[in-house]
Write a protein that binds this ligand. Sequence first.
Ligand code: KG4
Ligand code: ZN
Length: 379
Amino acid sequence: MTVLALETSCDETAVAILRGDRSGHELLASEVASQIAAHEKYGGIVPEIASRNHLIYAPRLLDRAASAAKTRLSEIDAFAATSGPGLASSLMIGASIAKGLAIGFGKRYLGINHLEGHLLSPFFGGEKDGDCDIKPNVSLIVSGGHTMLVVVRSLTNYQLIGHTVDDAAGEAFDKVAKMIGLGYPGGPEIEEHARGGDPKRFDFPRSMLGSENFSFSGLKTAVRYLLPKLNVIPSEVEAATQRTKSARPGFQSGGVTTDEFQQGASTPLCFAQDEKLLADLCASFQQAIIDVLVTKTIAAAQKYHLDLVTISGGVSCNRELRHQMRNASSRKGIEVKGAEPWLCTDNAAMIAFAALLRLRAGFESQVTEEIDPNFALAL
Ligand code: KG4
Ligand code: ZN
C-alpha cells in the first residue's frame, strides 16, 4: 500500500510518499519547503502569505515527490493531509489537494491530526514484520505551537493529561532568542550558544512543577527583567538582522536539508564583549525548560505505570533535552524513544506514517469532512 501525504498546517509545505507492506515500510519521498524567510519581516506567520505559498509550493513538491519515488500519482493507494490543528487557510490547501487527488483517482482519503503525526513519529521505522506495535507510553509533544503530555494506550487511544496554559516550549525558545538578538527559529540558536555555558548561573523559575500542565510565560518574563540588569539591550535592528540571517528559505529532500537554517550561530553585538554571559544565559534558560519537561514527563510515566516515554516535535531535536531525559528515565527503569531529528520538525512523512497505520487499522475519512483548525487529539 502506498500513501501520499501533504502537510500544510502552518508555514511548512510538505509532501511525502510512504510504501508499507508485510515486511515494513519504506519512505519513497519526503519533500519540505520552508517559508520562514517570507514571514520574517512581519515578525510572525501571516496566514494569507502562508496559504499563497502553499499553493505555489504544493504542486512543485508533488512533482518532486513523485519523481523521487519513481511513481505516478495514479499508482498511489490513498491520499492523506493534515486536517488540523493549524491555520484554517493553510490546512485548507493541503486537504483540498489530497481530497481532489483522492476523488480524481478514485482512491481513499484520510484527514490526519497533526499532533497524532508528531505523537507516532518516534515509532517511524521501528516496526517488525510490517506490524508497527505502538507500545503504551507517555508522549511528550513539544513544538512551537504545542506542549502536551499524552497517555498513549494504543493507536487512536489517547488521553491528554497535560498542556501548556500559555506559551508552548518552542514559543518560549523563539521569544527569548528574539529578545537577546538571536535568529529564528530560536531553539537551535539557543542550543548552539548554550554549549559550554553554565546552566546554574541564572536561577530561572520552573513553573507549575506540581501539575501536569505547563507554563512558560513566567520564564520568558524572568529573562526579560534580567536583561537590563545585565546591561544587555539588543537593538531591534540587530535582532531582525540575526533572524533574517538564519531564516534562509529551505527545501528539504528525503529528510536532508539542502539549504540549512543553521550555518553556525553568530554572536549578537550586545554580547560581543562577553560571550560567556550569552552562553550562561542560554544554558540557564534551556536548563529551566528541560527541568520542567523531564520532571513532568517522568512523573507522568510513574503515575500511569508506563515504562516508555516518547518525545516528538521541534523542541525534541534539542540534544541536551534528549540526553537529560534519557539519563533521568534510565534511573527509574523507563525507556525513552525520540523521533529521529529530521522527523521532529514539521514534515509530511509523519502524516503519511499516521495515515498508513490508520489505514491498516481500518480507518479512512470522507472527502466531505471539513478541516478543523482546533482539531483535538484527545479529550
Ligand atoms: O514541530 P515544529 O517544527 O513546528 C510546530 O509544529 O510548532 O517545531 C518548531 C519549534 C520552534 O519553536 C523551534 O524553536 C523549536 O521547535 N526547536 C527547538 C530546536 N529545534 C527546533 N527548540 C529547542 N532546541 C532545538 N534544537
Ligand atoms: Zn508540528
